[in-house]
Design a protein around this ligand. Structure first.
Ligand code: M6R
Length: 607
């Protein structure tokens, strides 16, 4: 939540353009207000306002923000409503220190009181502003800027990724992190810091990940890192395989649509990535006394699907638990013989990080599945598998659901190879089908995109929808409903079809849309019964079923035919995609921007 960026250039020109472009790549982290500060000849120049990045930057005259270095911020409000005053950067009393911040300063009220009593004048309601004044206070007591920042962060409680510039130091910017992501980019034309790699991918893919408790001094040709105790840190940059094109829309109207279309490639890349790590995951899982999967949102839905995949294919029981409830639910029952798999696209979801910490406090083994190099989760888990989705910029998760599930399916296959009691033919068919999923997915998109678009025109007029499934398809239903509600603002509920009769069916009347996920597996017969019950109450039935399933097609008002032969464990990977397309086109039809749904940010770093 919130994106920060900083740049120090060799040449001194074009700072506003670069910071604007970099910030755009972080817009998924928040978009209610934004701002920029540059330093030129011992003076800070800044602009900020409420509104999305392009709306605010169109009013900024780059000539009026001169200088070779600057910082910028895009906000998702936590302390104080979206407004010009609360937008970052925040400055000290004399406008000579500017700060951008991602995170939450938990002791800000105490600090604010202390600083106000010393004569500091606060202009916003934010927790961040106390950082600028605290630095000012230390500097007025004789500290240099770096020392003042170091002393300041020792006083901060909570999470932060900070970038700071000072009018007294027009050649360098400073950054620090604790529990909020911060990466440094080493470019030809200068050096960067940012909340996430896509911010500077257009200029460089050489990255240094800053760790908790570390600070960096960034010049145009140098980066020096030390920890809060003054220990100097030497860290080699890593070269990431992501490209600028991956983080751009490449001609698509929205990132979400581009990312839906990238899914076959994401599957292919994830299928061939690091067999050794998959083997290690399988080995650790096979020794677990209890196996838990912790995640939030879409990642939780993939965890739920994985629970069915592991139990149905290899007979390994597991429990998928929403991260924010993990400690409450498992409490002290965890032990060192248990294994917790944390799943997170961003690797920064605070609830998931807290679940990991709870697991580690009980000495359980923690495995992580994430998409983002150097994210918080990767430093806290015992072993990490990186999904190969490439950057996912649209706030609604799409390709990461598929690649997370592909990862679990690969683990299930490895377990089958090692311990399966199924016939060799079953395992071979499993392997073959898994490898065919990218191609099958291509066919699904080619065949069904137009149909989902016309269904979206129908759904766009509705206020409610149900998504129903059984078995592994409950997770597909939950994910389909989440997609529709979060980007089109239509109330949608994902439910177990069996459970729908225990209450939700009361809502159904003439024309109420009910979307059934009905692959050709053991649940199909019961689903058919549920379709008839909903139909008898006037529901408008949309069904996703196997091509050639005439019986289902006949009882549906709309039938989306899916490829034959892809039931459990593959059905969620394929069946969720038409649901993503339906949600996307419904949002567009209703005039909303699917990439930036209201009130949401892509990584949720506050509990
Ligand atoms: O980065 P994570 O996978 O940990 O994020 C979890 C959720 O915040 C995320 O899936 C969220 O629900 C998305 N908006 C879903 O589209």
């Amino acid at each position: 939540m919130c994106g920060i960026v900083g740049f120090v250039s060799h040449s001194g020109g074009g700072i506003t353009y670069i910071l604007h472009r970099a910030l755009k790549a972080l817009e998924y982290r928040g978009y209610d207000s934004c701002g920029i500060a540059t330093v030129h000849e011992n003076r800070i120049y800044f602009e900020k306002d409420k509104g999305k990045i392009d709306e605010v930057f169109v009013q900024i005259n780059p000539e009026e923000l001169p200088g070779p270095l600057g910082i910028a911020h895009t906000r998702w409000a936590t302390h104080g409503a979206p407004s010009r005053e609360n937008a970052h950067p925040h400055l000290d009393c004399s406008d000579s220190i500017a700060v951008v911040h991602n995170g939450v300063i938990e002791n800000f009220l105490k600090l604010r009181k202390e600083l106000t009593s010393k004569g500091h004048n606060f202009k916003s309601e934010t927790d961040t502003e106390c950082i600028a004044h605290l630095i000012e206070e230390f500097m007025s007591n004789g500290c240099g800027i770096f020392e003042a920042i170091k002393k300041t962060i020792r006083r901060l409680e909570g999470s932060y990724a900070l970038a700071v510039v000072s009018a007294r130091d027009p050649g360098r910017l400073y950054c620090a992190r604790n529990e909020s992501p911060l990466v440094i980019g080493l470019g030809e034309d200068g050096n960067y810091c940012a909340s996430d790699i896509p911010a500077f991918l257009f200029w460089t893919n050489k990255v240094i990940v800053l760790h908790d408790g570390e600070l960096a001094t960034i010049g145009s040709e140098s980066v020096a890192i030390e920890n809060v105790n003054g220990l100097k840190i030497e860290r080699e940059p890593v070269v990431v395989s992501w490209t600028a094109d991956m983080a751009s829309k490449s001609g698509y109207p929205h990132f979400m649509l581009k990312e839906i279309h990238e899914q076959p490639k994401a599957l292919r890349d994830t299928l061939k990535f690091k067999q050794q790590t998959i083997d290690k995951f399988a080995e650790i899982i096979s020794q677990a006394e209890q196996l838990y999967i912790v995640a939030a949102g879409t990642s939780y839905h993939s965890g739920l699907a994985a629970q069915s995949v592991l139990s149905q294919t290899i007979g390994i029981p597991s429990q998928a638990i929403i991260s924010s409830e993990f400690a409450n639910l498992v409490g002290n029952s965890l032990s060192e013989n248990d294994v917790v798999i944390a799943v997170s696209q961003s690797g920064e979801t605070i609830d998931t990080l807290r679940a990991i910490r709870h697991a580690q406090s009980k000495k359980s083994k923690v495995l992580a599945i994430t998409n983002v190099l150097g994210s918080g989760i990767t430093r806290e888990a015992d072993l990490v598998f990186y999904t190969q989705a490439g950057p996912e910029i649209g706030v609604a998760a799409t390709k990461t659901f598929l690649v997370q599930l592909t990862t679990f399916t690969r683990i299930a296959l490895k377990l089958l190879d090692n311990f399966g009691t199924n016939s060799p033919a079953y395992t071979e068919n499993f392997r073959e089908k898994l490898n065919q999923t990218p191609q099958a997915l291509n066919q699904v998109i080619n065949k069904l995109e137009i149909k989902t678009k016309s269904l979206a025109s129908f759904l766009a007029e509705k206020s409610n929808a149900f998504y129903l499934g059984r078995g592994v398809s409950v997770s597909t239903a939950l994910e389909g409903a989440l997609k529709l509600k979060e980007i089109s603002y239509i109330h949608a509920e994902g439910y177990s079809a069996g459970e729908s009769k225990h209450g939700p069916i009361a809502l159904v009347d003439e024309g109420f849309p009910v979307i059934f996920i009905a692959p050709n597996d053991v649940t199909r017969k019961d689903i058919l019964g549920n379709v008839m019950e909903m139909r008898a109450r006037g529901a408008y039935i949309i069904t996703l079923g196997e091509e050639g399933d005439k019986e289902l097609a006949q009882v549906s008002h709309q039938f989306l035919d899916m490829p034959q032969g892809f039931s459990l464990p593959f059905s969620p990977i394929l069946y969720v995609v038409p649901l993503q397309l339906i949600a996307y086109y419904t949002a567009v039809k209703r005039g909303y921007d699917p990439d930036k749904p209201r009130n949401l940010a892509k990584s949720v770093t506050v509990p």
